[in-house]
Design a protein around this ligand. Structure first.
Ligand code: NAG
Ligand code: NAG
Ligand code: NAG
Length: 681
């Protein structure tokens, strides 16, 4: 493959290619401005660049495949995702290396270090040893050792489907090794994390702080694993070459030898064949993490040289001042900004020569566990599949699988029949669907910078005398539309619960309570008022666009809205009534989490009872959301997908969280109270 590309390259560079047109670099749209600033940078190269914005890096790969863009900076994991796109002709044509090791083939190479006299001549004898690791889920200290140890008969099987893949790994490691130090967050769910740390505590025994078993720990990280080996009773350490050399004071790349109190002659590298190699010699390695780099389509090969020069000059320019585009557009960093030309190579071959495909595709033994998400549209299916490949490339297990059904009800049935594991429902459907199909909630969306659920709130004018619900009797009310949780369900439930409104004829009674008149949009629709009752009192305060805000601005005394709407309300003019507090009172709009009527049901994913433990099913989506929390430039899963909004997740979502049983039971009781409470009932 490589040879073919070389020939193509030689053939094409000898032709006189017109270089007039600009090279299009794809950039996540949030960094378009940074990219445009980059275009202003004067360089010796006259090659022209153009910034092409896309949703995120995943979208950029599609842009490059379709020739809407020419190149995009990528991590090895993105190269894996790229290799799975149909009909692609991608090539990796430049590598991003460090100044310390400008000539190294790989970013880092995984090694095993042991005491030189350790009696071992075969990898199976690693069993029962005390092991030192960089941290959970990390490459050389966790993923790579697991990838190669699980190939051996002696390593415990990880195929117990009653527990999650991650727990299978932890259990296997804790059985295989006598004691270890593997710090970090073992589960994105805090409760599961502590439960596992208690259950598999041998995995923390060699840490500086076994009880915490988290960063920072003197015996974690690349160098910490070696300290654990040398000074804390460890017998084997999994780390990377460059840190071994630094630890023992040996020269690395361009860095000269430095004094060290550690003696390299006391230790050795352990090789795949069970032999040992001196620390001072060239190491034997297991797998490597390839450098990050630039990926383009095959046509860029025809005009590569000017582009490469341009990128190098930009990298050199940015290395001193570190403008935003340095990291966010070119994908370079403080450490990694030596741009090297490599022989153009297709992504799969690039990963394979480092044994890194094996590391990415690491499984748990057949049959590989899946978590199956039910969706109801072609576009949701496409997004689900894109999330699946992306999450898989970033070592998130179980693998996400996607099932399509015609409707939400079909999905709910499908989950019940074990055709899939998860289905997302909105609003109060979480209560009715879980009842109807005997499903239970697993995780839900959270919103806003504070990543909270939404709340139903009561907004009043600042300086009002109202402190409690009774103070609103006879007043004028404004509501979000009929059928919404914030506009009708929450205030009704509250009034019924306080025995202010009787639960029969409740909508009518609500009208009697707010006898000053209300605005409840949609109240007169036939489907909401089948008996055609007189609902004129609920239209009385409507004006303009009939929004609750407009109603409040006009004449209303209280607006029942969602915390999601609060950005429209001026906090100098309005505040919240704290109906959730026994003592009532008011608070500023920003404090809706503590001053509200009730928590609103978020979009929530339901699963069948007693199938896999909740946590196992939630692990993949929660891990994905957590990974992307600060890196929406990689994959903005809340952004539009193929020009559609609210695909799988609402655009407004900012994260996912495990659903608490207590909150959920509340929604069920609200559902029960409100269910028989239509107009005229
Ligand atoms: C870390 O451990 C080493 C070896 O036990 C010790 O020399 C060093 O002082 C420790 N460093 C910290 C910050 O605790
Ligand atoms: C890949 O694996 C082989 C054999 O398992 C090993 O000899 C080689 O050094 C590995 N490659 C890297 C880059 O570590
Ligand atoms: C549910 O379906 C999966 C996938 O087909 C299967 O492996 C599993 O055994 C089924 N579970 C039950 C409880 O039937």
């Amino acid at each position: 493959m490589t040879l073919i590309y070389l020939l193509v390259l030689v053939a094409l560079t000898s032709v006189n290619v017109s270089c007039k047109s600009a090279y299009k670099i794809c950039v996540p749209s949030q960094y378009l401005k940074a990219c445009e600033e980059m275009l202003e940078v004067p360089t010796k190269s006259k090659a022209a660049l153009e910034c092409v914005p896309a949703r995120d890096r995943v979208d950029c790969l599609n842009y490059v495949q379709q020739r809407q863009a020419d190149l995009v900076p990528v991590d090895p994991e993105d190269m894996y995702v790229a290799s799975k796109i149909p009909n692609q002709d991608f090539v990796v044509f430049q590598e991003y290396r460090t100044d310390d090791e400008p000539d190294a083939e790989f970013r880092y190479e995984a090694v095993i270090v042991v005491h030189k006299d350790l009696a071992i001549n075969n990898l199976d004898q690693l069993k029962g040893l005390k092991s030192c690791h960089t941290g959970v889920n990390r490459n050389v200290g966790y993923k790579i050792p697991l990838t190669m140890m699980m190939k051996r008969e002696i390593f415990p099987k990880m195929t117990d489907r009653t527990i999650s893949p991650k727990e299978n790994e932890l259990r296997a490691l804790s059985t295989f090794f006598k004691q270890s130090c593997i710090v970090g967050e073992w589960s994105p769910d805090p409760k599961t994390n502590s439960a596992w740390k208690a259950q598999y505590k041998q995995l923390c025994a060699l840490c500086e702080h076994p009880d915490k078993c988290d960063y920072p720990d003197n015996f974690s990280g690349y160098e910490g694993a070696l300290r654990c080996l040398a000074h804390n009773g460890g017998e084997v350490a999994f780390t990377k070459v460059i840190f071994v050399r630094k630890f023992f004071g040996l020269p690395v790349g361009t860095i000269p030898a430095s004094p060290s109190t550690e003696n390299p002659d006391e230790f050795a590298y352990l090789c795949v064949d069970g032999s040992k190699k001196a620390i001072r010699d060239k190491p034997c390695t297991w797998a490597a993490r390839p450098w990050q780099g630039l990926l383009g389509h095959n046509d860029v090969l025809a005009k590569l040289t000017p582009l490469r020069e341009k990128i190098k000059q930009l990298a050199d320019y940015g290395a001193t001042t570190k403008p935003s585009w340095f990291t966010n557009v070119l994908g370079l960093s403080e450490k990694i900004h030596h741009v090297a030309d490599n022989i153009p190579i297709v992504p799969v071959d690039y990963l394979d020569k480092a044994n890194y495909t094996d590391v990415i595709e690491r499984g748990h033994g057949p049959p590989e566990p899946l978590v199956r998400l039910c969706v109801t549209s072609n576009v949701a299916l496409a997004k689900c599949r894109a999330m699946s490949v992306f999450a898989f490339s970033r070592d998130i297990r179980p693998k996400l699988d996607c099932v399509q059904q015609a409707s939400e009800d079909d999905c709910l049935k499908n989950v019940l029949d074990n055709g899939s594991d998860l289905v997302g429902v909105d609003d109060m459907r979480v209560a009715s669907a879980s009842k109807q199909y005997n499903l239970h909630p697993v995780f839900h969306e959270v919103y806003g910078d504070a990543k909270t659920p939404n709340y139903a709130v009561a907004v009043v004018k600042k300086g009002t005398s109202a402190n409690k619900i009774e103070d609103l009797r006879g007043k004028k009310s404004c509501h979000n539309p009929f059928g919404s949780f914030s506009g009708l369900t929450a205030p009704l439930y509250y009034l019924i619960n306080k025995k202010i409104v009787a639960s029969d004829q409740c909508v009518k009674n609500l009208g009697n309570f707010f006898s000053g008149g209300s605005c409840l949009p949609g109240v007169d629709k036939p489907e909401n008022n089948p008996k055609g009752e007189d609902v004129s009192n609920f239209k009385k305060q409507c004006s303009g666009d009939s929004s609750a805000l407009q109603c409040l601005q006009n004449n209303g005394d209280v607006a029942f809205v969602s915390s999601a709407d609060l950005s429209n309300f001026d906090s100098n003019q309005y505040e919240l009534l704290c109906l959730n507090r026994e003592s009532g009172g008011r608070d500023s709009i920003a404090n809706f989490v503590t001053c509200n009527i009730a928590m609103a049901p978020s979009r929530t994913w339901l699963s069948a009872k007693d199938f896999l433990s909740d946590v196992s099913i939630a692990h993949t989506p929660l891990s994905l959301a957590q990974l992307l929390d600060k890196r929406s430039d990689l994959f903005n899963i809340y952004g539009e997908f193929l020009k559609n909004n609210n695909v799988i997740f609402n655009n407004a979502a900012r994260g996912l969280a495990t659903t608490e049983k207590l909150d959920f039971e509340k929604f069920k009781s609200i559902h029960d109270v409100i269910n028989n409470c239509g107009i005229g009932q």
